[in-house]
Design a protein around this ligand. Structure first.
Ligand code: TYM
Length: 332
C-alpha cells in the first residue's frame, strides 16, 4: 500500500477550498492508502496569530477532519508540534536548500511583489519545514491543491539532492497528487483569484463553519459575467466555471453533465442549485462537527496519532542525522 501524507494549516477557519482541494480527497484516499494527515500548526505561526484564536482554530480543524470522514483507525491524525522531529529535520533540510530555490517560491514571491511588510524568516523557510513534514515519513504521494504543488516539487528536489549527497535510500522522492476537479477553487468575489482564508473580503470565501444560510447567500452573490450562458469556459467565464467545478467536486457529477442539465437555465437558477449543494454539505459537516466537539474525543485521537507518527519519525531522523554526521551514538 502506498503511503500518502498531507496537512492543512488552520490560519483561520478552514474553507470550502481546503475541503474540495484537499480534505474531501484525503477521505477517499484513506481506504486504499496508508494515510498520514496532520494539522500544520508550526506553519500557522509563520504569520502572527492571536494565540486563543489559533488554539480554537486548531481544535476546529481536527474536528472538521473527523467530521469530513477521516477515520483515526485508517488515518494517522496528529498535531505537528507533538512530533518534535518535524522542526529538527526542517532545519537539516534548510541546510540543504539554496536561497535561490526559496526565492522562486511563488507564494513568497507574491507577498514580496504586493509589498507586504513584516514578512518573517519562518515564512521564507517554510518550504523546508514542509519538505521535512513529507520526507520524515517517506511519503510516496502528497495530495494537495494546485497552489501547494510547487512546494512538493521543491521537496522532490531537496530529496534528490540529499540522496545524491548522503546515500540513495535516505528519502523516498514523493509525487504531488492534484485532483482534476477542484484543484483551485476560486474566490466568489473575484474568480481570477484563489479562494483563500487570508482573503480580506469574506464574501469571496466560504468557511466550513459558516452558517449554511450565509454560505447560500455567498454563492447567490458570486461574481459571474454578462454572457448569459452556462458553459465551462474558465478563461472567458471564470465565475461560472468556478461554480460548475464546485458543484462537480461536491457531487461527483461530471462537468459536462452539469453543463448539459443547466444549458437553458439562467444564472440565478443555476446559482440556486449550487448554493443548495454547498449548504447541504455544510449542514451535514457541521452536525458531525458539533457532535465531535462535544464528545471530548479529540485529545485522545491526537495522542494516539502522535504516538504512531513518532515511531516512524524518530527512526527516520536518527538515520538522517547519522548520515549527515551529526549523531555519534545510535539512538534507534
Ligand atoms: P493550506 O493550509 O494553505 O491548504 C491546505 C490544502 O488545501 C488546499 N487549498 C485549496 N485547494 C483548492 N482550492 C483552493 N482555493 C484551496 N485553498 C487551499 C491546498 O492546496 C492544500 O492542499 N503548506 C501547506 C500545509 C502543509 C502541507 C505539508 C501539505 C504543511 N505541511 C505537507 C502537504 C504536505 C499549506 O499551507 O496548505
Amino acid at each position: 500500500m502506498k503511503r500518502m501524507l498531507s496537512a492543512i494549516k488552520p490560519t483561520g477557519q478552514l474553507t470550502l477550498g481546503n475541503y474540495i482541494g484537499a480534505l474531501k480527497n484525503f477521505v477517499s484516499y484513506q481506504n486504499d492508502h496508508e494515510m498520514i494527515c496532520f494539522i500544520a500548526n508550526l506553519h500557522c505561526i509563520t504569520v502572527y496569530q492571536e494565540p486563543q484564536e489559533l488554539k480554537k482554530n486548531l481544535k476546529d480543524a481536527v474536528a472538521l477532519y473527523l467530521a469530513a470522514g477521516l477515520d483515526p483507525k485508517k488515518t494517522t491524525i496528529f498535531l505537528q508540534t507533538d512530533v518534535l522531529e518535524h522542526a529538527q529535520l526542517g532545519y537539516i533540510l534548510a541546510c540543504n536548500t539554496y536561497l535561490g530555490e526559496l526565492n522562486r517560491m511563488t507564494q513568497f514571491k507574491d507577498k514580496v511583489a504586493k509589498g507586504e511588510t513584516g514578512l518573517t524568516a519562518g515564512l521564507y523557510t517554510y518550504p523546508c519545514l514542509m519538505a521535512a513534514d513529507i520526507l520524515l515519513y517517506d511519503a510516496d504521494l502528497v495530495p494537495v491543491g494546485d497552489d501547494q504543488k510547487q512546494h512538493v516539487e521543491l521537496t522532490r528536489d531537496i530529496a534528490i539532492r540529499f540522496n545524491n549527497r548522503y546515500g540513495d535510500d535516505s528519502f523516498v522522492v514523493p509525487e504531488p497528487l492534484v485532483a482534476k476537479v477542484g484543484k483551485r477553487v476560486m474566490s466568489l468575489n473575484d474568480p481570477t483569484k484563489k479562494m483563500s482564508k487570508s482573503e480580506h473580503n469574506d464574501k469571496g470565501c466560504i468557511y466550513l463553519l459558516d452558517d449554511p444560510k450565509v454560505a447560500y447567500k455567498k454563492i447567490m452573490g458570486a461574481v459571474t459575467d454578462s454572457l448569459a450562458k452556462i458553459d465551462y469556459d474558465p478563461i472567458n467565464q471564470p465565475g461560472i466555471a468556478n461554480l460548475i467545478e464546485i458543484e462537480s467536486a461536491l457531487t461527483n457529477e461530471d462537468i459536462e453533465s452539469i453543463v448539459m442539465r443547466n444549458k437553458d437555465k439562467g444564472y440565478g437558477d443555476f446559482k440556486k442549485e449550487v448554493a443548495t449543494v454547498v449548504s447541504d454539505v455544510l449542514i451535514d459537516l457541521q452536525s458531525k462537527y458539533k457532535e465531535i466537539i462535544s464528545s471530548g474525543m479529540i485529545d485522545q485521537i491526537l495522542e494516539e496519532g502522535a504516538q504512531k507518527a513518532r515511531k516512524i519519525a524518530t527512526k527516520k531522523l536518527s538515520k538522517i542525522q547519522r548520515r549527515v554526521g551529526i549523531e555519534i551514538k545510535k539512538r534507534h
